[in-house]
Design a protein around this ligand. Sequence first.
Ligand code: GDP
Ligand code: IMO
Ligand code: MG
Length: 421
Amino acid sequence: MKVDVVLGLQWGDEGKGKIVDVLAKGYPVVARFQGGPNAGHSLHFEDKQFVLHTIPSGVFRKGTLNIIGNGVVIDPIIFKEECIQIESSGVPVKERIAISKKAHLILPSHRVIDAASEASKGASKIGSTLKGIGPTYMDKTGRNGLRVGDILADNFLERFNTLKTKHISFLKQFDYTYDINEREAEWLEAIEYLKGFNLVDGEYLINGLLTESKRILAEGAQGSLLDVDFGSYPFVTSSTTTCAGACTGLGISPSKIGLVSGIFKAYCTRVGSGPFPTELNDATGEELRKLGFEFGATTGRPRRTGWLDLIALKYAIMINGVEQLIMMKSDVMDTFETVKVAVGYKVDGKETSEIPFDTFAEIEPIYKEFKGWMRDLTKITEESELPFEFMNYVRFIEKETGVPVKIISVGPDRDQTIFRQ
Ligand code: GDP
Ligand code: IMO
Ligand code: MG
């Protein structure tokens, strides 16, 4: 057996939560491999709505084990809040979750560093979710971090205080006022709560499950264009959001990667700073935001909106080895008379089909226009009922990318999902 991977191909918020929840029906195991509570994955079913930050989106499926892999960073306070909320809806959350002992912990002081660092950047800030993600990964690669397994050690508190002291010293470089103890008591309580969970050697668990022929679905967080290596650096997150991250973030070999599915919105959104070549700062952009309800699931910030960018999509497909596409939120453009897609870039007056190295390069997108389908897609359940103009748009994307669109989502609910033959 291999691990199938579902990844966001844009700047996050493609609809990973919805699709993983739908697909989890066929997977006894779902695993998150990177990111942390910067993620906000929304799920809708049976008139209920949930936003998951740390917990994999298979948690609502009976019989599915949800693994939080070593590549994830965990804020115990947010994790606890999430668990309590899910539990209150009747889900036996403790039974359904296993957490790698090698996952790193986000300390309250990591959040303070995140905020201080962003404040010091002024206008060139990343637009971080301020959940402490960057500083926690810095401590991981800097070999100073605390891991979930460490909470069981007798000297955990001592090690926590040592790292906190390091952070206080690091914070001296910033002109930033903070209360380092603000969240500490709550954090330490949440650490006690975490001890009640199944803390595992995730790499042994996952490889063992593969040997037992269990189907595993790896759930990406963020998107490929926020990847620390391949995103629009420095306006990225601090983890490997691409397919390679599933190997390092779960402890599986590349030969164990199975089907790679890439999720994209029928248009584009981005939260936070950084280049967005097809961004629409006009009434159409506002319409996309309003109709798509494009506000951050984690921070509530309005998302920037724009047309689909095929140059960026093809890049993400290449980096990840995407074998099938999942197209989300098509219904948002149901009332648009015209839909545009970027098929090329003009950089310094020259046409190119590649993303330039220079993050600050002026990019002028070259668009192809499509006639809108002007039909309500939200109640359609069969491929054969999809309007001609809409299928034209889908087929063009397939032709340009060379990858089939296998699933089309036409609304936030589990049931608003069309599987193509
Ligand atoms: P994720 O971070 O990739 O899981 O995506 P988010 O949950 O942050 O953002 C996606 C938003 O779009 C959520 O509010 C979903 O409920 C919603 N959504 C997902 N799929 C569809 C769809 O096909 N149509 C519409 N209209 N909304 C969708
Ligand atoms: P999901 O999993 C959209 C963005 C932030 C910021 C940059 C760095 O829901 O798709 P960070 O907090 O990681 O330091 O922020 O990355 N970002 C996301 N944007 N969806 C996400 O997750 C994101 N996680 C981080 O807005 O621009
Ligand atoms: Mg999200």
